[in-house]
Each structure stands twice: as C-alpha cells, then as structure tokens.
Design a protein. Structure first.
Length: 248
C-alpha cells in the first residue's frame, strides 16, 4: 500500500457506525491505518463495534446539534481528525398516496438534516484549523432514480447528493473534499426484512445488470478511496456502487 492509499496518522469519524454499512466503513478506514471514532446513539452496538475494531466509541444522536461539539472533542482527543463518513440513515417505505408525514419528517431528519449538521460542524472545524480533509456521505442509487413505495427515501437521497455537490464546490478552495458513495441494495440489518420477501428479492436482482447485490466490503472500499489521498482530485462527485442499476 502506497502512502496515497494510507490513512496513517489521521483520525476518521464515522457517524452511524454501530452496524451495517457504517460499521463496514469504519472497518475499512481502520484497516487503512486511521484511528476511528465510531459514533452511534445505541451504546451497546457502538461499544461492541469499537472493541472489535480497536477504535473509540462515542454515544451521540447526530440529529441533535447540541451533541455535535462532543463528537469533535472526542475526535480531537484521538488526534488529527481529517475524515468524516456520514453513514447514519433510515428508511420507511409506503405508498405515496397515504404516506405518513411523521415518517417523511423522520427520514429527512436523519438522512438529510443530520448529514448536513455533522458535515457543517466538521467542515467548520477543518476551516478553523486551516487543514484539508475529506467528507464522504452515504447516498444510494435512489439518489438518481425513483422506486415505488420509496418517495421519502428517494427524496432524501436526491437531497444528500445535491448537498454533496454544493459543499464540494464551496469548500474545494480550502482543500476540503466532499463526495458521496451511492450503493445499490446491500444485505444489512436495515434491508434484511425486505429480502425476506422472495418476490421483492427477485425483482431487485432483475433490475441489476450484474444480477448481484453489492457487499458491505465493496461499498466500504469506495468510501476508503474517497477518504484517502488517492482521490485527491475528486470532489463533488457521486461514486455509484450499484451493479449498473442506474446505467439503464
């Protein structure tokens, strides 16, 4: 591994790192040499995850602005925080005609508002210190396309991609890169109940040119690339790990 693929000497914050894609991303960054601060609002999950990876656990709700300074303080205690991964997210499906506004608000609070709040706080810290860094947001193929029963989720991921591009342009002169990784369906604790339905599982694979779901490791490898210096000229970009879903 050459230096430009390494995260040695850097601290990486991963929000939503208790399980699934967030935990996979934290593992990939740790393997690249970063000291990882794993953040989640579920104490048992995040403590176990940090122990597994040799990282540090921090319990926080990223939808609450009052808790963000504590995240940055915990990161500073580990060293030079230069990487942020926003992996906190949720989904509630349902037909648009009678979709609950409470569910709509919940998705926007976690998927969009929290992503912005954490990015804003981390970006401000980098700008104040005058150092470059990398922010990687977790989007989805649903940030490009639509899908029945996912009006709120598609809307939030389109918003995340717009936010990613705007922040990438605004902060590029200061050396702060902002990108997103947009995977297809991945088998995680969040998606497993969906794939217990054989009809849904078959329909998803039919739409994938590769015929295969993405793996957590494949998504995490894309995040690692955007976090390290190997992607030094990449910002405001959405890296799709979608098995070709959005290509047709």
């Amino acid at each position: 591994m050459t230096d430009r693929w390494s995260l040695d000497g850097r601290v990486a914050i991963v929000a939503g790192a208790g399980r699934g894609l967030g935990l996979g991303c934290a593992r990939a960054l740790a393997e690249a040499g970063a000291r990882v601060l794993l953040v989640s609002r579920t104490e048992a999950e995040i403590t176990a995850a940090a122990a597994e990876l040799g990282g540090a656990a921090h319990v926080a709700d990223v939808t609450d602005p009052a808790q963000l300074p504590g995240i940055l303080e915990a990161a500073r205690a580990l060293g030079d925080a230069r990487v942020l991964v926003n992996a906190a997210g949720t989904n509630r499906t349902g037909p648009a005609r009678d979709y609950a506004i409470a569910d709509w608000d919940a998705l926007f609070e976690v998927n969009v508002r929290a992503t912005f709040l954490v990015s804003q706080a981390f970006g401000d810290d980098l700008l104040t210190r005058g150092v470059p860094g990398s922010i990687v947001n977790l989007s989805s193929q649903m940030g490009t396309v639509g899908y029945p029963g996912r009006v709120a989720y598609c809307s939030t991921k389109h918003a995340v991609e717009g936010m990613t591009k705007a922040l990438g342009v605004e902060w590029a002169p200061q050396g702060i890169r902002v990108n997103a990784v947009a995977p297809t369906f991945v088998l995680t604790p969040l998606t497993k109940p969906m794939f217990d339905d054989p009809e849904f599982a078959a329909e998803v694979r039919r739409r994938l040119p590769t015929g295969e779901l993405a793996t957590i490791e494949q998504v995490a490898d894309a995040v690692r690339y955007l976090a390290c210096d190997a992607s030094g000229s990449v910002t405001g970009t959405i890296l799709r790990v979608d098995g070709g879903w959005t290509a047709w």
